[in-house]
Design a protein around this ligand. Structure first.
Ligand code: AMP
Ligand code: MG
Length: 411
């Protein structure tokens, strides 16, 4: 594969990068059956077709009396001929001109089509006075109203949320065919990087990237192996990458991917695999390295802690989702009002760390004062990113901008 973006001034834009990912990556994980409780957060690997109607039978939506609307006399009084509770059908058709006491979820007796709420009725023991303004079908739910037998209720590629588990259960399924979690290996690189909890020698800095990157991966449902910190040494990095590639379906590193003398990740990948692209026209965040090590997808994020998170959310996230079998990787763009002025030179796409607030019924984005890509507290301060497209000029307060939510990017 070529490394056209590795050198020179050519930069790749985000849309092109994502399109390339879409076309190149397919699910890297095997499929298994999971019990519903264990399927939360997993990606569905089958289309689920309902074998039943939901609800399975016509039933009452309220507590009251069920009857046939056409039988209702002018005074609204009908004899009460039986009682049906949820789970206990009447077992015979409703006699003509009769009403039955009924409770929410109880099956409608054959011949009954309408239910009167008990609050609107007068219980007279042997008979009941019903409101005559009711229309046929009021307060009754039809079989199959939610799901009709034979329809696809869940599609392959869906990340399973509680409501998807509920729908699967409603159709009688106790387990689902799902993709196995993606096994991802995470490294930090740099001679100056130290583990928190250890002493910090002069010139060193604690590792943040392994924790943010692993957290982001786990939030997406990946199984992370934390492989620690690699020194700035070509041979060591090369060997570590080779070993990780054998037992993982994705490798993620941070640092060591620019063009400085101490940036050894790129040559270590190229020595045993390939790199697809390299200089991404985004701020914060370039460079990002994408490729493979002995066939295992590789993503090399920049070293700066904010750039790690931003490039993960924009580039690694869709990549991970794709490898996990997810069908959708797009993000909702929320239009919000800029509560700030910003000078933007067209050409590079910029992502501003922003916090949202309601002002007189409008949703207004405040921008973090510093744009430094090492200022990680900007990420704890903000709710998401304002996306400034390549071709946009300066932003004046009050202009509309697109906002991407961290909450959306972490699921
Ligand atoms: P690099 O891309 O390796 O040149 O790193 C760019 C900047 O990010 C340098 O200031 C590094 O010290 C810093 N950096 C790299 N990796 C980490 C890390 N894991 N945790 C915190 N800072 C890092
Ligand atoms: Mg470094």
């Amino acid at each position: 594969m070529t490394d056209r973006f590795a050198v020179g001034t050519e930069m790749m834009n985000v849309a092109d990068a994502l399109a390339r990912l879409e076309e190149r990556l397919s699910p890297a994980v095997a499929v298994e059956d999971a019990r519903l409780h264990d399927a939360l957060g997993r990606v569905l690997a089958e289309d689920v077709v309902s074998a039943v109607n939901v609800p399975p039978h016509d039933n009452s939506a309220v507590d009251g009396w069920a009857f046939c609307r056409a039988d209702l006399p002018a005074d609204g009084v009908l004899p009460v001929v039986g009682r049906v509770a949820a789970g206990h059908p009447l077992g015979r058709p409703l006699p003509e001109g009769g009403a039955v006491r009924i409770f929410t979820g109880a099956p409608m007796p054959e011949g009954a089509d309408t239910v009167a709420m008990q609050e609107d009725c007068q219980d007279r023991g042997e008979s009941v006075a019903l409101p005559i303004r009711l229309a046929e079908g009021d307060n009754a739910r039809s079989a199959g109203e939610d799901i009709s037998r034979g329809t696809v209720v869940l599609h392959a590629g869906t990340r399973l949320r509680p409501q998807e588990l509920g729908v699967a259960a409603a159709t009688g399924r106790s387990s689902l065919r799902v993709y196995r979690p993606l096994k991802a290996a995470v490294f930090s690189t740099g001679d100056e990087i130290r583990d928190p909890g250890t002493e910090l020698p002069p010139g060193c800095i604690y590792d943040t990237n392994r924790f943010t990157a692993s957290g982001l991966l786990r939030a997406l449902g990946a199984e992370v192996t934390d492989l620690g910190i690699l020194p700035d040494r070509f041979e060591t990095i090369k060997a570590a990458l080779a070993e990780a590639a054998e037992t993982h379906q994705m490798i993620l590193t941070s640092g060591g991917v620019s063009v400085g003398d101490e940036d050894h990740v790129k040559p270590a990948v190229l020595a045993q695999g390939s790199l697809d692209f390299w200089r991404l026209a985004i701020k914060p965040g370039r460079p990002v390295a994408l490729g493979e090590v002995a066939g295992t997808p590789f993503v090399g994020l920049p070293g700066n802690p904010v750039a790690v998170m931003v490039t993960f959310m924009l580039i690694a996230r869709p990549m991970v989702l794709r490898l996990m079998g997810a069908a959708r990787t797009d993000l909702t763009r929320y239009p919000v009002e800029a509560g700030f002025a910003f000078r933007h030179k067209p050409g590079r796409r910029e992502y501003l760390r922003a916090r949202l607030a309601h002002m007189d019924g409008r949703l207004v984005a405040a921008k973090f004062p510093s744009d430094g890509s090492g200022v990680l507290t900007s990420m704890t301060w903000s709710d998401g990113l304002v996306d400034i497209p390549e071709d946009r000029g300066d932003i004046a307060p009050g202009e509309m901008v697109d906002f991407l939510s961290y909450a959306d990017m972490m699921r």
